[in-house]
Structures are given as structure tokens and as C-alpha cells.
Design a protein around this ligand. Structure first.
Ligand SMILES: Cc1cc2nc3c(=O)[nH]c(=O)nc-3n(C[C@H](O)[C@H](O)[C@H](O)COP(=O)(O)OP(=O)(O)OC[C@H]3O[C@@H](n4cnc5c(N)ncnc54)[C@H](O)[C@@H]3O)c2cc1C
Length: 341
């Protein structure tokens, strides 16, 4: 009989992130489909009481926690020790965890300590009788693989945006508090603070509701026969700031920087969406000054609602690739929308 263990860590304020609450929905769904499976929850963090209340109604029979100041921050050695202890105490055969940056660093190491196997970036699963099959995208190859394993424990980190967010009224449950010793050898690694890029430099925001894609049109000669790079940069950044949107790009636009052209300092190949770029997941997407060619649009397959702004009525977006195409000047339109925001 399988035993599913859902693992999560708290955020700075003691809550569970949206990614964690989505992964919990995934773990609950797996428990529902896998007849006779046991279900446990394991939490780590400084103070896990809010997180425990959040997950209380998820249907797990057992709740484990490792908490205290040593577990408040992301540190490989203490996180690995805490998760290993929870996994061993539960006897889990299937371990489900959110693919947060904290867990992406540590969960593979925990799988190794337990002699288990891990699959990361899991984007879905199905259960065939008692056999679990998971799906994982190999984006560059444009393939989705279906995998199964007999090795146990089997660790799965679930990507954000796949399952609905668990959002139930807080409850009460009995928690088994596990003690994990953190020695001075571990404590000598201290988190002294965060150094994050400035808000306007952090243009890739996987949790944003909207993806704004910029294409090469922003750098082309406009109606007055001139290019307007400064104005384009100001318009794009102004919109990102007001809308809290994530920034994507066409390949042609980010390729220009590597060819020594004077383009946008806030974009790199990491922003590229498409066949040879990323496949972001956002509820909505707005393409601007991008032609909407297939190698680009293939990267939009997880974007819920697609809109595009192009001067060309016959651009790729008009060929059934966008839900709405605004035939308009993106400079004007984006500036106006930013004003309204
Ligand atoms: C093997 C292969 C892999 C590829 N992989 C990718 C990939 O991963 N991602 C990717 O993006 N591309 C990829 N490409 C390239 C892709 O085919 C296109 O060449 C590229 O996406 C075009 O970029 P663009 O739309 O920004 O530029 P363009 O095709 O130059 O289009 C610019 C658009 O801007 C519009 N425009 C200009 N001014 C304005 C204005 N003021 N207002 C509104 N609209 C305006 C124009 O009408 C035009 O439609 C790949 C190609 C190949 C062959």
C-alpha cells in the first residue's frame, strides 16, 4: 500500500505559499485516486502553527512538523535533516513537494539520503489502478513524457500553475513534533539577508497574472521614420511596473543584444518565449510588436487568454493564434493602458 507524504515549508510570515497550496491540492487528488493509500503531511519552518491550521482539513491522517529558529530560513543542511527526519518518521513511499526554490535545492538530496528516486517539475499525473503515472514536460524538445517508477520512496516536486489552490477555513489537528539536532557545524552557514535585483530588473515573474511579450517591433522605425528605443523601454517598464506583469520576449528581440545592437538592458535570453525559449504559465498574455510566428507562439501553450497588439492585420496572431488582436500602435496603446492603470 502506498503512503503519500505532502511536504511544505512556511514563508517568512508563517503562511504557506500559493505554490505549496497548489501542490497540496495535487497530493490530495493523488490520495483520492490511489485507493487505500495512507496520507500524511510534513511541515518545516520557524513557527508552523499558521501552516498547520491551513492544511488541517486536507484529509491527512498524520501531521508531522519540524520547527524552530533553525528551520525558519532556507539552509540546505538543516532543511535536509528536517525533511529526512519527517520522511523516515512517516515511512512514506510517495513524497509530494512544491517546486519552490527552497525545495528545488534540497529535496533531491533528501531523496538521495533515503535511497529513493526523484522526478522534478511534474506537471500532472494519472492513476491506473495502483500504478501512478506522472507527466513531465521537456520543453525544448516539445515533448511531454509520461513516466512511472517502481523504486520507492519516489519524490515528486510539482510545478506551480498545475493544480487549484487549496484554500479552506483554518482548522485544528494533532501534530507530531519531531526534534532535529542542528549542530554548530550546520549553524556556521547563516542567512544574513537577501540581495534581490531591483524591482524593475526582476522582469521574469512566474507568479504574475499577466505575461507581457515584447517583440522586435519596439526597435523598428516607426511612422515618423525614426526608432524610439528610449521611449519603448520607458513604455514597457512603465507597464510592467503598473501591471505587475512578467516580461517575455521574441527570440529576434533578445538576439539583437548579443549581436551588439543597442537594445533593452532589462532583457536577456532568459526572457525568450518559444520553441527555443521558455513556456511560461500565466492566466493572461499580451503580445506587443511581435509577429506571432509559430516558433514563438508554441511557447504560449500554457497561457490562458491571449491578446496581441500589432499594426499588421495579417500578422501571425490574426491567424487564429490570439483570442483578441488589437490592430493598433503598441506605443500608443500600452501608454494609454498604463495611464489607466
Ligand atoms: C528553429 C527556430 C526556432 C525559433 N525559436 C523561437 C523562439 O523560441 N522564440 C521566438 O520568439 N522566436 C523563435 N524563432 C524565430 C521566429 O520564427 C520569429 O522569427 C521571431 O519570433 C520574430 O520575432 P518578432 O515577432 O519580434 O519580430 P518581427 O517578425 O520582425 O515582427 C515585428 C512585428 O512588430 C510589428 N510592429 C512594428 N511596430 C509596431 C507598433 N508600433 N505597434 C504594433 N506592432 C508593431 C510589426 O507589424 C511586426 O509584425 C525561431 C525560429 C526558428 C527557425
Amino acid at each position: 500500500m502506498e503512503h503519500i507524504l505532502f511536504l511544505a515549508h512556511t514563508e517568512d510570515d508563517g503562511s504557506l505559499s500559493r505554490t505549496a497550496r497548489e501542490a497540496l491540492t495535487g497530493a490530495m487528488e493523488l490520495h483520492r485516486q490511489l485507493a487505500g493509500a495512507a496520507f500524511s503531511v510534513g511541515l518545516i519552518g520557524g513557527d508552523v502553527s499558521t501552516a498547520v491550521a491551513t492544511v488541517a482539513g486536507c484529509g491527512a491522517a498524520t501531521f508531522y512538523a519540524v520547527s524552530g529558529a533553525d528551520f525558519a530560513v532556507s539552509r540546505y543542511a538543516s532543511d535536509a535533516a528536517a525533511l529526512e527526519t519527517i520522511c523516515r518518521a512517516s515511512g512514506a513511499t510517495i513524497v509530494v513537494a512544491p517546486a519552490t526554490s527552497r525545495f528545488n535545492r534540497v529535496v533531491p538530496g533528501v531523496a538521495q539520503r533515503l535511497g529513493g528516486r526523484i522526478d522534478t517539475h511534474v506537471g500532472g499525473f494519472s492513476v491506473n489502478d495502483t500504478e501512478i503515472r506522472i507527466q513531465r514536460g521537456y520543453y525544448r524538445q516539445r515533448m511531454i513524457a509520461t513516466l512511472t517508477r517502481t523504486a520507492r520512496p519516489w519524490f515528486l516536486t510539482l510545478d506551480a500553475g498545475v493544480f487549484g489552490t487549496w484554500d479552506a477555513a483554518p482548522g485544528n489537528v494533532q501534530v507530531t513534533a519531531l526534534s532535529v539536532t542542528v549542530g554548530d557545524d550546520i549553524r556556521k552557514t547563516r542567512v544574513v539577508g537577501y540581495r534581490a535585483p531591483q524591482a524593475n530588473a526582476q522582469t521574469i515573474k512566474p507568479d504574475a497574472k499577466l505575461l507581457l511579450v515584447a517583440g522586435v517591433g519596439w526597435t523598428k522605425k516607426q511612422a515618423d521614420g525614426q526608432v524610439h528605443l528610449d521611449e519603448a523601454a520607458k513604455t514597457i517598464l512603465g507597464f510592467l511596473d503598473k501591471a505587475g506583469a512578467s516580461l517575455g520576449s521574441s527570440k529576434s528581440l533578445v538576439d539583437q543584444s548579443s549581436e551588439g545592437h543597442n537594445v533593452f538592458s532589462f532583457m536577456s535570453h532568459l526572457n525568450q518565449v518559444g520553441q527555443t525559449g521558455s513556456t511560461p504559465r500565466h492566466p493572461k498574455g499580451l503580445s506587443t510588436c511581435c509577429h506571432g510566428e509559430e516558433p514563438h507562439v508554441v511557447g504560449w501553450r500554457f497561457i490562458g487568454e491571449r491578446r496581441a497588439i500589432n499594426l499588421d492585420t495579417n500578422c501571425g496572431w490574426a491567424q487564429g493564434k490570439a483570442d483578441v488582436l488589437y490592430v493598433a500602435d503598441a506605443f500608443e496603446l500600452v501608454r494609454k493602458v498604463t495611464e489607466l492603470l
